[in-house]
Design a protein around this ligand. Structure first.
Ligand SMILES: Nc1ncnc2c1ncn2[C@@H]1O[C@H](COP(=O)(O)OP(=O)(O)OP(=O)(O)O)[C@@H](O)[C@H]1O
Length: 228
C-alpha cells in the first residue's frame, strides 16, 4: 500500500498531515503514538471508513482489507456463528468453514450465544475470529491487546506469527513491549504526522525507537524555528 501526501480534518481540526509512506505487502507494522496522535484515524482512512481531504492511497489490485476497531462492534442480536457468517458474506468469502475458526478461538461452546451476551474475553475472541474469516490480505487492528487475558493473548500472538508471511498486518498499540517480538516495522506518529518508519530487528526497544523519533522530530522543529 502506498500513501501519498494524505491529510484529514475532523470537526475543523487537522488530524493527519501530509502522510507519505509505502507499507510492505507482508509482515507486521506496529503504529506507535501517544493519545490523540492520529493512529485510529489513519487506520480508518486505510479501511475506507474516512475519506481523506487530500492525498491518495494506492492498493495492489487483489487487495482486501479488514479493520478491527476499538472497541469491537457486533450486531447485538446475531449469534456468534451468525456474526462470523455475516463477516464472511460482507467480505465475499465464498466457501468459509466457520466451525474450525470457532474452534481455533475457543468459541465453539458459544456458537449460538447472542453477541450482546458475551463477556469481554469472548468479545475479544470473536473479534479475532472475524479477522480469520475475513480472509483479507490486509488486517488493520486498533489496540487489539486491550484487556486481553494471557490465554487469548497467546493465541493471538501465534496466529499473527502464522499470518505475517502472507498478510500485511498493521496494528496501533499502546502496550509496547508485548508487540516487540512480532513487529517487522515500526511507525511512529506524533500530532498527526508520521515521523518515523523503520525496520524492527530483535532487541530494538519500542521505547527507544519512540523516544528517538520524537527527539528527532523536535530537533527538526527547532531548526525550522531558527528561521530556515
Ligand atoms: N470523530 C471525531 N471528531 C473530531 N475529532 C476527532 C474525532 N475522532 C478523533 N478526533 C480527534 O482526532 C485526533 C486523533 O485521534 P485518534 O483517535 O486518531 O488518535 P489515536 O492516536 O488513535 O489516539 P488514542 O491512542 O487516544 O486512541 C484527536 O485530537 C482526537 O480528538
Amino acid at each position: 500500500m502506498k500513501i501519498n501526501q494524505l491529510c484529514l480534518s475532523r470537526s475543523g481540526q487537522e488530524i493527519l498531515q501530509n502522510i507519505t509512506v509505502e507499507l510492505p505487502d507482508t509482515g507486521v507494522v506496529v503504529l506507535l503514538g501517544a493519545n490523540g496522535a492520529g493512529k485510529s484515524s489513519l487506520l480508518q482512512v486505510m479501511a475506507g471508513l474516512l475519506s481523506p481531504d487530500c492525498g491518495q492511497l494506492n492498493f495492489s489490485p487483489d487487495h482486501s482489507c479488514y479493520l478491527l476497531p476499538e472497541p469491537a462492534v457486533f450486531y447485538p442480536y446475531l449469534s456468534v456463528k451468525e456474526q462470523l457468517q455475516f463477516v464472511a458474506q460482507q467480505m465475499r468469502v465464498a466457501a468459509v468453514d466457520i466451525e474450525p475458526v470457532m474452534e481455533r478461538w475457543g468459541l465453539t461452546a458459544m456458537a449460538n450465544r447472542l453477541t450482546r451476551h458475551l463477556s469481554l474475553g469472548f468479545r475479544q475472541r470473536l473479534s479475532l475470529a472475524q479477522l480469520d474469516v475475513s480472509a483479507a490480505s490486509m488486517l488493520l487492528m486498533d489496540e487489539p491487546l486491550n484487556g486481553m487475558d494471557p490465554q487469548v493473548m497467546q493465541a493471538f500472538m501465534q496466529q499473527v506469527q502464522a499470518w505475517k508471511s502472507q498478510k500485511s498486518i498493521i496494528m496501533a498499540t499502546h502496550i509496547m513491549q508485548d508487540m516487540e517480538s512480532l513487529a517487522d516495522w515500526v511507525v511512529v506518529m506524533h500530532q498527526g504526522e508520521l515521523v518515523t518508519l523503520r525496520r524492527h530487528t530483535d532487541g530494538d526497544s519500542f521505547h527507544n525507537i519512540y523516544n528517538q523519533a520524537i527527539n528527532d522530530w523536535q530537533a527538526s522543529g527547532d531548526v525550522m524555528d531558527d528561521g530556515r
